[in-house]
Each structure stands twice: as structure tokens, then as C-alpha cells.
Design a binder for this molecule. Sequence first.
Ligand SMILES: Nc1ncnc2c1ncn2[C@@H]1O[C@H](COP(=O)(O)OP(=O)(O)OP(=O)(O)O)[C@@H](O)[C@H]1O
Length: 470
Amino acid sequence: MCNGATIRRHEVNGEIFIARVIHGGLADRSGLLYAGDRLVEVNGLSVEGLEPEQIIQILARSHGTIMFKVVPISDRPVNSQTTLYVRAMADYCPQQDPAIPCAEAGMSFHKGDVLEIVDQTDTLWWQAKKLPSTSCCAGLIPSTSLLKRKQKEFWWSQPLQTHTCIKTLSTVDEEEDMMAIDDKCVETDEETFESEDEFSRNVEGIYLAGFRRSLRLCRKRSHTSIHQQPCYSHCPRSCYSALANPYEEVVRYQRHPEDTNRLIALVGPSGVGVNELRRRLIEINPKAFSGAVPHTTRMPKMYEESGREYHFINKELFENMVYNHRFVEYGEYKGNMYGTSVNAVSEVLGSGKICVIDIEPHAIQSVRTQKLKAYIIFVKPPSAARMKQTRKNAQLITNYYINRPFKDEDFQEMEDAVRKMEHQYCQFFDHVIVNDRLQDSCVQLLTAIRRAQDEPQWVPASWLCPTDQS
Ligand SMILES: Nc1ncnc2c1ncn2[C@@H]1O[C@H](COP(=O)(O)OP(=O)(O)OP(=O)(O)O)[C@@H](O)[C@H]1O
């Protein structure tokens, strides 16, 4: 009965009851029907002995005014619930759920949608609105415990497969990459990419930290070395955590002008242009934006200063920092460790600047913390045809060549990587930029960053909880 209420049949005596009144629906607004009322007649017809489906057919055939005769429930529940806001960590479609009491009363949602839960009286079926909402009428959604159960059932019904964490351009097979050698490409070795590292150059006395090739190459390799483990053990807070927590409680957060800025974390497939965007942003206003100085275990070069290009530390200290979860992300390249620490990010934020870093998607959860309050911007490529047009002079950094022109396969691989990233992590993206024309993307990035700092945003409720030590 989806015109604002659902009905159920008492298992023992067969009587028909109002199971729930849909928040904001016709029945709710009339103020005459309540969950628990006993239905006696519809349009003068007794419902005794009828199945709920038969009653629904009577209603479907009715036109104009519908008359209900009900025996009101003796103790009407007082609605003392407070509204709860959550972000969905999973998709839900009522039309594909045979267990929903009334599919038409259900509400579909996708990962990342913010839902206003208006009624949690039923332990299995909650009522919610999707925000921003234009409808006054709520829809049925599974409660946390029910959705968890559904997710687990679905998970177990899938053939066992080791989840391959996102493969990006960076993981092109060595052999394949060698075959595709272009004469103009420069083969990388430690010396070439360190000495020709234009990304770490000094802009008006300000060093662009965190752009060095060694660091970026180590991140590419980290896919194949450190991180290629089954998804459920490797990404416990992404896919597997949706099973544990299908709804994340969120609150509206407006940064106070005196609070530290929120960290801006760019995520995107390798080669899409996150470093180009980041570099341009910092060059536009180095007083406002900065990267974080990474740590490394490699020896400093003559011209390098600890704390400027890198924090140079020994392997033991690095391992200790890993052990104590002090890195946002880290990896190994040519026998040396590289990483971006939480402290390096905090230092930039503490100086009053906006820290802009780029991270691999599996590191998203390490920056979604009370301390860093990261605003995640997903950078995705335009269509392959547009990529071909706009990236004519662009160059890729791969594991083996520092400057290789893009090939058609690169665009295809980028699209595949985007699909996987969106599938696994889209619920964490606060904003998405399609990096088509560079100028436009820079403007979009600046606007998004300004909004992240100055306008109210939905953030995890745990960030504002005083007891959370994260
Ligand atoms: N919108 C754009 N139009 C044209 N060229 C672009 C655009 N964005 C980036 N590029 C170019 O594409 C190439 C790759 O960009 P960039 O190095 O920023 O990629 P990335 O996403 O940081 O990946 P990686 O970390 O693997 O290098 C560079 O030559 C860059 O100048």
C-alpha cells in the first residue's frame, strides 16, 4: 500500500495492521493513520480474511476518496527520534530486492549519496530522503543491520577471487613497455631522473615539495610490490568496510576561519594530470598552497637540504614510522623508501597554508581523519578522443622512461583505471574534475578548494566528536 503506508497481516489471528506510515506521505500528512492501527474496512468492504495483496488490489481499483475504517492502536508511539544523516557506502535498488515490503515505497541510492534518515522505528526498514531532496515523501531503505546482512550474503555468493587492486598506467608490464620504446624516450635510472627533476625546481625562492620523480615512481611501483594483496586484507577500509559499515554517519561542517585549512588530496589514474594541476596551483599562489615534504631513506645529493627536497632519514627510523602509522602513504623504489608523513602535512597546515597532495586511492582513509579533514578531489580524464587531442605534447613518466608520449593504449588503460577507482572509492570523492582543458581544470580546482575551506560540507561525524583521537 504505497500511497503513504504499508500493511501487514498478523501471523496468528490474520488481522490486518498498518505496518508503517511513510514519512511525509499522504497518510502521514493526514495525521489519521498510525503504525499499529488495525484495518477493518476499505471503502465499506470488510478486510477480514483478506491477504494484504487482495487489499492492495481493492485500493488500486478505487478512484477518488478512499475510506478506511480502523481501530486505532491504544498506545500511539511518541516520535522522539532525532534525524540522522549518513553517507551510503553501498548501492541499493529496491526493485532488485525481493525482501522489501513494498518496492514502490523503496528508495534507491548509490555509494556516496547523503541520506537523511527520518524514521528508524523499524529495526529492519528505515525511512529516508536523499539529499538534496525535492520530495517531502520519504522512502524505505534497509537499516544498517539489514544492509550489512544483505551485503554479506552478496559477498559470500560471489565466486572467490583475489581482488586485484587498481592497476594504472604505471603497472604496464616491463616487457610491454620495452617493446613500445620510442627513440625520443629517455630511459630512467636513478641519476637521470634525479638530476633532471624539473618538478622540484625553485619558484621564486619556494621549493615545490613532493613532485620528484623518484617519489612518483615509487608510488607507481608500490602497486605491484607492497600493495598487491587480496582486497579484503589490503583495503580493509574501502570495499570490505562497506560490509562492516554500509552507512557512515555524517554532519554538516563549516570550517571556522581561524581553524587550520582542510587538506586537499587529489586522486586520479596515473597520467591524468594531478601533478600538473597541483604544480600550477602552487605556482599561481605559493604563499597560499604548498605540497608536503616527503621522507626518504636515500642519501642526499650535494645540492639537497634535509627538510627542503626531502626529510632524509635512515631505514630504521623509516620503518619505525611505518610501524607507528605515521605515513599517509609510502613505497619503495630502487631499494630506497619514500613516503609522505602525517606530520609533514600537518606542518604545512599549521603554517596557515593549504596543503595539496596527491595520493593513491588506497591511502584515502589515512587522510580522512579528524586531524587532516581531507577534501578528496577525483581527477578523471575526458573521453579518449579528447585525451588524444589535448595530450599531443604531453609526456608520461613510467617505471622505465621519464618522458614518453601518450599512446592509444594509455588512454584505454586510464579509462579502465578510472572505472575501477570509481567503483571502489567514489563514496569518498567530495568533488570530481574532468581534466580536459588545463586552464578550465585549474579554475575548477581553485573553486573547489575555496568551497572546501569556506562553505559547509558533509563530513564524517567522528571528525567532530571530541573523544575521537584520530
Ligand atoms: N589538461 C591537460 N591538457 C594537456 N596536457 C596535460 C593536461 N593535464 C596534464 N597534462 C600533461 O600530461 C602529462 C601527465 O601529467 P602529470 O605528470 O601531471 O600526470 P599525473 O597524473 O601526475 O601522473 P603521474 O604521477 O603518473 O605522472 C604531463 O605532460 C602534463 O603536462
